[in-house]
Design a protein. Structure first.
Length: 228
């Protein structure tokens, strides 16, 4: 299945996330942990740069100051439940999803926020981010596109930026579809060792790995971009 087909499948099941019994705390603990690894707030970075002598304000420092403070939520869905915790860390929230209907709900609740309806694999990222997350969405990325996408995301992290995503912590790489939620939906995983090896090669330090729903293979990975 293509990401566009996955988006159309999710268009038919938005009710699963808007019903009262949906657990709005799902994933919050993982976000709290991931955000705790950020070295400083955007404001403290601004203060640090502005406190330098004039000749210390080189172009690189100015670029980092302008870019620091953005967060990208991949497969953001419709609940907006991660927005408050992200913004409480001084970050400017942006969401991206392939489901038109999911985004319509999200935008109706937060009309002043930035949301992109697009396939993140082909979407052109125009800035660097302090924090990038993909909660229960990365496994819908086609298997062949997962490695290139992870490298792309790491490339668009600022120095010391943090990446959080949940994935299938399988032993081997693989892909399949099922109809557990109703429509047919695609899932894929590079395998736990595949993810870790790729992220380390891309210049990341592994901060946290957890099978948070054991014995299910639902896995949290948090990495931080190393400063060269």
């Amino acid at each position: 299945m293509t990401p566009e087909e996955t988006g159309k499948a999710y268009d038919t099941i938005t009710h699963r996330w808007t019903r009262p019994e949906f657990n709005q705390k799902n994933g919050i603990t993982a976000y709290q942990k991931a955000l705790s690894f950020l070295p400083h707030t955007p404001q403290s970075e601004q203060d640090r740069v502005h406190s330098r002598a004039p000749n210390e304000g080189d172009a690189h420092s100015k670029r980092k100051t302008q870019e620091y403070g953005y967060a990208l939520d991949i497969g953001c869905g419709c609940t907006n439940r991660f927005v408050p915790i992200i913004e409480s860390n001084g970050l400017t929230y942006e969401g991206i999803d392939v489901s038109n209907d999911m985004l319509a709900i999200a935008k109706s609740q937060l009309p002043a926020h930035t949301f992109y309806c697009a396939d993140v694999c082909t979407f052109t990222l125009t800035k660097h981010y302090s924090f990038i997350s993909a909660w229960d969405s990365f496994w819908h990325i086609p298997l062949a596109q997962q490695a290139p996408l992870l490298k792309k995301l790491v490339d668009h992290l600022v120095d010391d930026g943090v990446l959080l995503f949940s994935c299938g912590g399988t032993t081997e790489s693989g892909e399949h579809t099922n109809k557990v939620m109703g429509p047919e939906v695609y899932y894929a995983s590079l395998g736990l060792h595949g993810y870790i090896a790729l992220l380390m090669d891309a210049g990341c330090f592994v901060r946290h790995v957890e099978f948070d729903q054991h014995p299910e293979l639902h896995t949290i990975i948090i990495v931080q971009k190393r400063v060269e």
